[in-house]
Design a protein around this ligand. Structure first.
Ligand code: SIN
Length: 431
């Protein structure tokens, strides 16, 4: 079966949804999700979205982002991220997102490596609030058609130009032809045994890029979040948001002693935790909120409170067992400031992309912001070009063994990570 559209967007996290809403409403958009539309890392985001609070806050937000990234960031991309933060948060509010407020003023929380409180949030499930609001708007737009449970096998290309994508649904091949394609396929957590990510996020964008010689960048930069709930499970690891430490929680070793400044950048806190675990021969450390007011904890962190209670921990009294887990991928498909890749008419936005904005280590709560700023830039770029760009069709390859393609894609992504980070080989799933 063939489908034709102006813009094909693969992925329904913040970058996919927000680019769809920022595209002109006279463009036909096909919005694809690999599983259900809410099976995204955006949906899981707890802490919030970092933003400059005003013009005066911009230089220190830029500096915090660079310092966390160990100054390996692309400075121009960081400036764009910070400069466009306020307008995109306003736009989210216009789209119906209900950030926590006191009277009419936004409440800002703090997370590691931020020199001030600048993170807007909705309790401890900001991602769900943002995704639900955007999905509601997307469903009302007549020009956006959603296709669920579509697996992206490959791109349709000709002479380094992207003409669309080849998908599998229920063992059938579907070819979607488009003038422009935006890859917003998310991260790589599903390739790791221990990750806070949705398990279905297995680096599909990376495999597609490798198969089509699309330029990649900073593949070695993989972030481990310091505080995932420690439990032995093959499932996704439940995250204990950094905002818990931002609001005053303490990290304790097995003797109940503090051993690290909880608000250092993520890579430094994770590394201190690993050393402490090694020193004390423990599988985890602990996070304690018991010195904070218990009704405040329940009202501010209702999701974390209830999820920990399900696991037998009352966070108002008990320390939470935590250990680092894979959380975010700073590298990805190389993009410019308009999210353009090295392939013509192909864009990438969100975690699958790499503009260099995060450097070696992403600053807390900059991921949803990146998804907003750079997916909107892609949409604006496409809005201006669409009328001048014809739809082109070729005969795509015919895929006979779907399971083999899935296995091949998984192998390509795993081998790439192993090649760049041999030290992580035992952390990866096998194929
Ligand atoms: C968290 O709430 O700790 C996660 C936020 C992020 O990944 O920046």
């Amino acid at each position: 079966m063939d489908i034709e559209c102006d813009v094909l967007i693969v992925g329904t996290g913040i970058a996919g949804l927000y680019s769809a809403l920022n595209l002109r409403d006279d463009l036909n958009i096909a919005l694809i999700s690999k599983g259900d539309i809410t099976k995204t890392n955006t949906y899981l985001a707890q802490g919030g979205i970092a933003t400059a609070k005003d013009e005066h806050d911009k230089p220190s937000f830029i500096e915090d982002t660079l310092r966390a990234g160990n100054y390996k960031n692309d400075l121009t991309a960081v400036r764009v991220l910070v400069d466009e933060s306020i307008e995109n948060i306003k736009k989210l509010i216009e789209l119906g997102v209900d950030f926590d407020k006191s009277k009419d003023n936004l409440l800002y929380t703090r997370e590691g490596a931020h020199s001030t409180n600048r993170i807007v949030h909705h309790k401890d499930y900001t991602g769900k609030e943002v995704a639900d609001s955007l999905i509601e708007k997307v469903l009302k737009r007549k020009n956006i058609k959603i296709y669920k449970n579509f697996y992206l096998c490959d791109l349709i290309t000709q002479n380094n130009r992207c003409l669309g994508g080849i998908f599998i649904k229920e063992s059938k091949q579907l070819n979607i032809f488009s003038k422009f394609t935006i890859l917003a396929t998310g991260g790589i957590g599903g390739l790791f045994k221990n990750s806070t990510n949705q398990r279905i996020l297995t680096g599909d964008g990376l495999s597609i890029a490798v198969k089509n010689n699309i330029k990649l960048k900073d593949i070695q930069y993989i972030q481990f979040h310091p505080t995932a709930f420690y439990e032995s499970t093959n499932e996704r690891r439940f995250l204990i948001s950094e905002s818990v430490r931002g609001e005053g929680a303490h990290l304790l070793n097995s003797k109940g002693e503090r051993f690290v400044d909880e608000l250092l950048p993520r890579d430094e806190v994770s590394s201190k935790i690993y050393s402490e675990m090694k020193k004390t021969n423990s599988s985890n450390v602990y996070l304690s909120l018991s010195h904070l007011n218990s009704s405040y904890i329940k009202q501010r962190f209702p999701k974390i409170y209830s999820e920990c209670l399900k696991r037998g921990i009352d966070i108002t009294k008990d320390s939470i067992p935590v250990a680092p887990a894979q959380h975010y991928f700073m590298g990805g498909i190389e993009v410019d400031l308009y999210s353009k890749t090295s392939m013509e008419n192909l864009f990438a936005a969100g975690e699958v992309s790499c503009s260099g904005v995060h450097g070696e280590n992403r600053l807390a709560s900059n991921s949803l912001l990146e998804g907003l700023v750079f997916s909107r830039r892609a949409a604006d770029y496409i809005n201006n070009l669409s009328d001048k760009t014809p739809l082109k069709k070729v005969s795509p390859k015919i895929i006979t063994d779907f399971e083999m393609v899935k296995r091949e894609n998984l192998k390509i992504a795993i081998d790439l990570i192993k090649e760049k980070r041999w030290d992580l080989k035992d952390e990866l799933i096998s194929y």
